[in-house]
Design a protein around this ligand. Structure first.
Ligand SMILES: CC(C)(COP(=O)(O)OP(=O)(O)OC[C@H]1O[C@@H](n2cnc3c(N)ncnc32)[C@H](O)[C@@H]1OP(=O)(O)O)[C@@H](O)C(=O)NCCC(=O)NCCS
Length: 174
């Protein structure tokens, strides 16, 4: 299935150089919100391996790796629809980031809206997302897109080197 929307499209291996450059420029901006990354993560070789693995998982139907682009087609962030589970669950989890330079311009909100449409077209019943308790802008992005808070998971993910509590959000695709 070809997935392409106004501001999201499937990651390509040809994106890796541009994406690695964007990650390097946003390394300190993203570090409070990401797992600890070593220098190797910020190399084209490592990003190529990650992209290849993501595209293999996409082929398996277990994830959808997307880049977020601006009107000129420049990559400004990433959004993954991860961990697609079928059967009685029909659910997946989204994760996303937008470069510091274009934060606050609506890219994340629009990309999450696109992810909802894509997940619906894939027949998924539910999307979930988790945020750090102090990540107010991400919570706002989810709330604007119809996600509701359903819980708090103590020490849920190891972010910036520390197991941190997360708020749990979900949205049912009606
Ligand atoms: C979270 C993130 C994706 C938001 O991206 P963005 O492009 O700025 O998002 P948008 O512009 O679409 O929307 C941000 C919303 O949060 C609001 N916001 C920003 N800071 C806020 C704060 N401190 N308190 C409350 N709301 C806030 C904005 O006003 C906007 O809402 P509005 O449209 O109603 O005005 C981006 O900051 C990011 O990549 N952060 C680092 C990685 C990350 O946290 N990823 C998400 C992990 S759960």
């Amino acid at each position: 299935m070809e997935i392409q929307t106004d501001i999201t499209r499937i990651l390509r291996t040809e994106d890796v150089v541009e994406l690695t450059d964007l990650l390097c420029r946003n390394r300190s901006f993203l570090s409070p919100w990401d797992p600890e990354r070593d220098d190797d993560f910020f190399t084209v070789t490592k990003q190529h391996d990650i992209a290849r693995a993501s595209l293999d998982t996409y082929s398996d139907g277990s994830m959808v790796p997307l880049v977020i682009t601006d009107a000129k087609g420049t990559i400004v962030g990433r959004l993954n629809i991860n961990g697609i589970v079928r059967g009685a669950f029909q659910s997946a989890a989204i994760g996303y980031w937008v470069s510091e330079r274009v934060n606050g311009l609506g890219f994340a909100s629009a990309a999450v809206a696109e992810a909802i449409k894509i997940s619906t077209s894939l027949g998924l019943h539910r999307l979930q997302a988790e945020t750090l308790i102090h990540n107010k802008s991400s919570q706002r992005v989810l709330e604007k897109n119809g996600f509701t808070l359903y819980g708090l998971a103590p020490k849920y993910l190891k972010i910036a080197g520390t197991w941190q509590d997360h708020l749990l959000f979900q949205r049912i695709n009606e």
